[in-house]
Design a binder for this molecule. Structure first.
Ligand code: SF4
Length: 380
């Protein structure tokens, strides 16, 4: 068992682009923390005593929790599960909560990696995105984390926002590269169906993000990274050498994980399972002693498609030997043929045992991967 994911579905306010399940109502936080500990008790045996290599508190906004509430979750996790000595322990946090004290307390709790939702260093863009922090607070949050001895700091940025021209984006990247961070994630602004942005676009209060702008800003990102201490290791993720996120890398390599909390997913190598998608149905699920809400058994074809989709999103790409070992010679030969006959040569590199997408190809990775997907009629 590689990773433990703990979902905290509370936020102080809703960002315009957010399509995740989270609630701004904080009245059930204490109840939720106690239900997380109940879920741990229900699922203790799923690991067979195998230690976790990574722990990730994601959300939502885990930093809306008080230190005592985080402590309660960590204490229960330690009672139920075992952990490797150098477990990577990450918390996602928003800048407005990262005071000097809060950062020091997170360190004392055992967190050794912090992922800060900055998104932009410009107040007008932050306002457009519905973020509650200012550019100044974003910089202060990184400083506080650094001063609290967090060596492994990551930040999130969003590009392809119509309000930001290319020069501004270049400057934002420069600002990021001068911070004491080891990792950053950069996502193109997308319109999620259940987001405020989606509603505003449909009410003609704002316009859709310009796809060409996102593509140009992705190219600026790739070029800027070339001249920086960071390297791209996944479509949206960049790190200094040796500081790649172990937790997320494990997802992309289809390593098993347990997800706790409302709407969290788990993967055991053969099944994907989901917890109930919102607070009230999650409370009912746990009260009824159920360890999941829905479960899907992955067919051989599902596993192959996931292997292709997730592998092509990473810079290490697809290891053809591994593909052959897992899915057979014939599928590997046709996968290679698909690239040689249908994918533009600028988009990938092929060596004896690997197919890797170039930065240009990574921008189109989902589309390229879907061309290689198998359907049930391909099952032989
Ligand atoms: S983007 Fe993050 S902080 Fe904003 S509402 Fe969604 S989960 Fe909360």
């Amino acid at each position: 068992m590689s990773g433990l994911y703990i979902h905290i579905p509370f936020c102080k306010s809703k960002c315009v682009y957010c399509g995740f399940y989270s609630t701004v109502n904080q009245k059930d936080v204490d109840k939720y923390v106690s239900f997380l500990t109940k879920e741990m008790a229900l699922r203790c045996r799923e690991t067979n005593g195998e230690p976790f290599k990574t722990v990730y508190f994601g959300g939502g906004t885990p930093s809306v929790l008080q230190i005592s509430q985080l402590q309660q979750i960590i204490d229960s996790a330690k009672k139920c599960f075992s952990f490797e000595e150098n477990t990577e322990m990450t918390i996602e946090a928003n800048p407005e909560q990262l005071t000097a004290d809060y950062c020091r307390n997170l360190k004392t709790l055992g967190f050794n990696r912090i992922s800060i939702g900055i998104q932009s260093f410009h107040d007008e863009i932050l306002q457009f995105l519905g973020r509650k922090h200012s550019a100044k607070e974003a910089l202060k949050a990184v400083e506080n984390a650094h001063n609290a001895d967090f060596e492994n700091i990551s930040i999130d940025l969003i590009y392809g926002v119509n309000e930001r021209n290319n020069r501004l984006w270049q400057n934002e990247l420069k600002t990021a590269f001068h911070l004491p961070i080891k990792h950053f994630s950069a996502y193109a602004l997308t319109v999620e169906e259940n987001s405020l942005l989606y509603r505003r676009i449909h009410q003609h209060k704002t316009v859709e993000p310009d796809e060409d702008l996102a593509s140009i800003q992705y190219n600026i990102l790739s070029e800027s990274v070339e001249n920086s201490p960071f390297a791209q290791y996944e479509v949206s993720n960049f790190a200094m050498k040796g500081w790649e996120s172990k937790h997320n890398s494990a997802y992309w390599h289809r390593v098993t994980y347990i997800g706790l909390g409302a709407s969290a997913h788990s993967y055991d190598g053969h099944h994907r399972q989901w917890n109930a998608p919102n607070l009230s149905s999650y409370f009912t699920q746990i009260e009824e002693g159920k360890t999941y809400h829905e479960r899907e058994t992955l067919s051989d074809i599902d596993q192959y498609n996931e292997f292709v989709l997730l592998g092509l999103r990473t810079r290490t790409g697809i290891n053809l030997r591994k593909m052959e070992e897992l899915f057979g010679h014939e599928r590997t030969v046709s996968f290679r043929k698909y690239f040689e006959s249908e994918v533009e040569s600028d988009y990938y590199r092929l060596d004896e045992h690997h197919i890797r997408l170039t930065p240009q190809g990574l921008w189109l990775s989902d589309g390229i991967a879907s061309g290689a997907f198998l359907t049930n009629s391909d099952d032989v």
